[in-house]
Design a protein around this ligand. Structure first.
Ligand SMILES: NC(=O)c1ccc[n+]([C@@H]2O[C@H](COP(=O)([O-])OP(=O)(O)OC[C@H]3O[C@@H](n4cnc5c(N)ncnc54)[C@H](OP(=O)(O)O)[C@@H]3O)[C@@H](O)[C@H]2O)c1
Length: 265
């Protein structure tokens, strides 16, 4: 990939898709600011990338579900005048059903998937608008269209998809691209963190993180807002949005054997 951007900030860069964005952007010569909670992982990644490529890599350890850490990151963004790519990628899958959640997981999901992207995007836009160029990638999911991916997970990812579409419309003519990346099942640490059993899901439904990220970065040059990587994921998303099949998918999602297959708890 040719470097179309000079400096990118990636949330959730300590693993999975975020780490892969960091690798591909560094290889393209883009300076990086890496954000996540696990400082040791960020340090290792930053060291490795800056040894391998001629880029500057800064780390900013932060828990995006905590108000003061999110505010500090927003301030960092406001002070980084040359930031031209923001990737709101940090996220996690729910461990409990909404009505059983007693540990504040639902609220934490709103903070990480909704509040953080809103606040960080708002912080990044003024400088991008002044320069007349920049991009924001919000990592959503095919779950944004799904009636069986968890009340909080689906709805927060749906927010990111519609936020991106409408924001792109608002920013029309200002030289800024907005993308909602909607991956399907992707090999990362996500399922392990969420306590899901990957073995129950057929292998052909999975994609590799490097491929998903490559598709996202390529699509950024094509002004496409909703980006669904992989033919199977596009078919699945279409069927879930189509009125004729939506009811069938919803009916299926209530069957216990389907929920088991989809590794839902
Ligand atoms: N893998 C999939 O099948 C899939 C499919 C569709 C969409 N997605 C989305 O893709 C994005 C990346 O997930 P992934 O698959 O790469 O999972 P992953 O390997 O588990 O990585 C998640 C990243 O988010 C960070 N993170 C989680 N909570 C955070 C918090 N409170 N504050 C700061 N950082 C936080 C984690 O870092 P720390 O733990 O170090 O904080 C980690 O770097 C997520 O938004 C996920 O919803 C994944």
């Amino acid at each position: 990939m040719k470097a179309a951007y000079r400096k990118a900030l990636i949330t959730g860069a300590s693993a999975g898709l975020g780490e892969e964005y960091a690798r591909q952007l560094a290889a393209a010569g883009v300076d990086l600011i890496l954000v996540a909670r696990r400082k040791d992982r960020l340090e290792d990644l930053a060291r490795g990338l800056s040894q391998k490529y001629p880029v500057s890599v800064e780390i900013f350890p932060a828990d995006l579900s905590r108000d003061h850490e999110l505010s500090a990151l927003a301030e960092k963004i406001r002070q980084t005048e040359d930031l031209d790519l923001l990737i709101n990628n940090a996220g996690f899958g729910g461990k409990s059903k909404f009505y059983k959640d007693e540990n504040g997981e639902s609220e934490q999901m709103v903070r990480v998937h909704v509040l953080a992207p809103v606040i960080l995007t708002r912080a990044a836009l003024p400088a991008m608008i002044r320069r007349g160029r920049g991009a924001v990638i919000n990592v959503s999911s095919v779950a944004a269209f799904s009636p069986f991916s968890g009340a909080m997970y689906s709805s927060t990812k749906a927010f990111l998809a519609m936020f991106s579409v409408n924001l792109q419309n608002e920013l029309h003519g200002k030289g800024i691209k907005v993308q909602a990346l909607c991956p399907g099942l992707t090999h990362t640490e996500f399922h392990q963190v969420a306590g899901m059993n990957k073995e129950t899901i057929p292998g052909f439904l999975w994609m590799r993180a490097d491929r998903v990220v490559r598709i996202s970065l390529r699509a950024l040059g094509r002004n496409k807002v909703i980006v669904i990587p992989g033919c199977r994921n596009r078919i699945i998303s279409f069927l879930m949005r189509c009125p004729w099949t939506f009811s069938l998918v919803q009916w299926l999602s209530r069957r216990s054997w389907v929920r088991k297959m989809a590794a839902m708890k």
